[in-house]
Design a protein around this ligand. Structure first.
Ligand code: AHR
Length: 525
């Protein structure tokens, strides 16, 4: 790597707008699995809970994150529940269901109406995942009728009988979750799923044509799945999902994680474009396989609706998958937010996985709730970036690193030392700086967030602005704080990682500390 005094440059390309920061980009995910909903979000016996069992400390921490939408009830958790088990009087629902993957019992008391009410308190949209394992296309359409129906029909009347006259107007539905996988209840082939999705979509959109539907995508790990599903469902789906989890022991490798996501997104976009080309008649497969060309009025977008750092904790026991996040993870998450915000032309919806305990931003026991390090990254992002993202170029030292091609379960720290595993992708060109610049014309500010990826060295960076004029003598500097890459917030020591903000003179250079996340906010003309 480079010597101590190396300089770097960030060039902001103010004219090149990459996309808007709007809509469903900062979602959260509540799963009926582990200690996420039950004994996380909802814990009637906790002294921190209201009468309705909702933990107020958890709610307040999520309200601070300005959550745009809430995905519920899974994940894999969605395939354990029929929707009718999650509505109506709690006493008439099954008391609990067994989440067979971990052996954890899941109460149904925080069901669909409760999750909807929680969304109202967050000011978030409700994104409901339909069980594609045991529910039929007809069941899925009945769910839409229950939620959104306005006429006197069987399921709208059932909602009324449950005490709710006004429709819920839920607009975002995921049809199944990771149904391509053998860990998922009711694994299907792409052909089977495509047909199920198409039938469900037709029936659901007849009940409410304004809803948006998300199909399960597999991404680069199985491009043929995406191609087949897209080909089967184009004209009916609005988004295709993409899931991935990243991270490895070792700071440097974590700083390469985002490259894997960039490659995955590129592959999904290719699959979407191929499906558009094929279906719209540019390819003979259209007529050969489909008979007639479907009505397609919009290119599908991508729902990046499960992502996080996850490589330490397996799904064992009722408290499985409870990662304890460190400062390095918070930086990794920052690079993922940068990636998402740079790609809002094709990523329409994004939510981290998950909110509480189970790979959560928040970690609780029955009395305490700690904001994990990654919570602070999302807080910095939502508080600082708004308006539109503009392009920037970076000239910085490069380093080499490696990362798994795809989420491969738990990374054994010993195995992680093996440089030659075929599951690894090797990169020798990771820039030391990862930069995102947004411009908000309304408040006349520009924000530059920078992940400085050198673990030991500071980096002094020349800042050059093209087609954008910072003004004033000062800038606001907000930083993620933490003593070391391994620093964590725990229930006993909740403040090892946090945020500081100060005002600093505006200059043409800025020195970014080693392993850091910094937000510079400039006034602009
Ligand atoms: O609990 C996290 C799980 O990981 C989600 O349920 C599933 O969708 C993914 O495999």
């Amino acid at each position: 790597m480079s010597d101590q005094n190396e300089m770097a440059e960030i060039i902001v390309l103010g004219r090149n707008v990459l996309g808007p920061i709007e809509g469903l980009l900062f979602g959260q995910f509540f799963e009926l699995g582990g200690r996420c909903v039950n004994n996380g979000v909802f814990e009637p016996d906790s002294p921190r809970s209201r009468q309705d069992g909702v933990r107020t400390d958890v709610l307040e921490a999520l309200q601070e994150l300005k959550v745009t939408h809430l995905r519920y009830p899974g994940g894999c958790g969605a395939s354990y529940f029929k929707w009718e088990e999650l509505v109506g009087p709690v006493a008439e629902r099954p008391r609990a269901k067994l989440y067979r993957m971990t052996g954890a019992s899941q109460s149904t008391a925080f069901g669909i109406p409760e999750a909807y009410d929680y969304c109202q308190e967050l000011g978030a949209e409700f994104y409901l995942v339909v069980n594609a394992h045991v529910e039929s296309p007809d069941d899925a359409a009945n769910l839409v009728e229950y939620l959104n129906g306005t006429t006197p029909t069987r399921y709208a009347d059932l909602r009324r009988a449950h005490g709710r006259e006004a429709p819920y107007n839920v607009k975002i539905f995921g049809l199944g979750n990771e149904i391509y996988g053998d860990w998922q209840n009711g694994q299907m082939t792409a052909e089977e799923y495509g047909r199920w999705f198409r039938q469900a979509a037709i029936q659901m959109k007849r009940v409410d044509p304004t809803i948006k539907l998300i199909a399960c995508g597999a991404g680069r790990v199985n491009p043929e799945w995406d191609r087949t599903v897209l080909f089967e469902t184009l004209g009916y789906l609005d988004m295709i999902s993409m899931h991935n989890y990243v991270g490895r022991p070792g700071f440097r490798d974590c700083m390469a994680a985002c490259r894997v996501l960039e490659e995955m997104l590129a592959a999904v976009n290719v699959a979407i474009d191929e499906a558009m080309d094929t279906t719209l008649g540019a390819h003979p497969r259209t007529r050969r396989e489909l008979g007639e060309v479907p009505q397609v009025d919009k290119r599908p977008t991508i729902a990046f609706d499960e992502w996080n750092v996850w490589y330490r904790e397996p799904h064992t026991g009722p408290a499985g998958v409870e990662e304890k996040y460190d400062y390095t993870d918070a930086l990794t998450i920052a690079t993922i937010f940068h990636f998402i915000l740079r790609n809002t032309k094709t990523i329409e919806l994004s939510n981290i996985s998950l909110a509480v305990n189970l790979i959560g931003h928040l970690f609780t026991d029955s009395e305490r709730c700690v904001r994990q390090t990654t919570w602070y990254t999302q807080k910095l992002m939502v508080d600082h970036h708004r308006g539109s993202v503009v392009d920037s170029a970076v000239d910085a030292p490069l380093f080499s690193a490696k990362h798994e091609r795809f989420f491969c379960g738990i990374v054994d720290p010993e195995k992680a030392k093996d440089e030659n595993l075929p599951t690894l992708l090797h990169y020798d060109d990771i820039p030391a700086l990862d930069v995102l610049v947004s411009i908000d014309r309304e408040s006349k500010t520009a924000c530059m967030s920078v992940v400085q990826k050198l673990e030991e060295q500071p980096l002094t960076v020349a800042l050059t602005f093209c087609s954008l004029q910072p003004t004033g003598d000062t800038i606001e500097v907000a930083r993620l704080t933490g003593e070391s890459p391994a620093a964590r917030n725990t229930l006993d020591e909740p403040h090892n990682v946090g945020i500081t903000t100060e005002t600093a003179p505006r200059t043409n250079t800025f020195t970014f500390p080693p392993a850091s996340l910094t937000f510079l906010t400039f006034n602009i003309e």
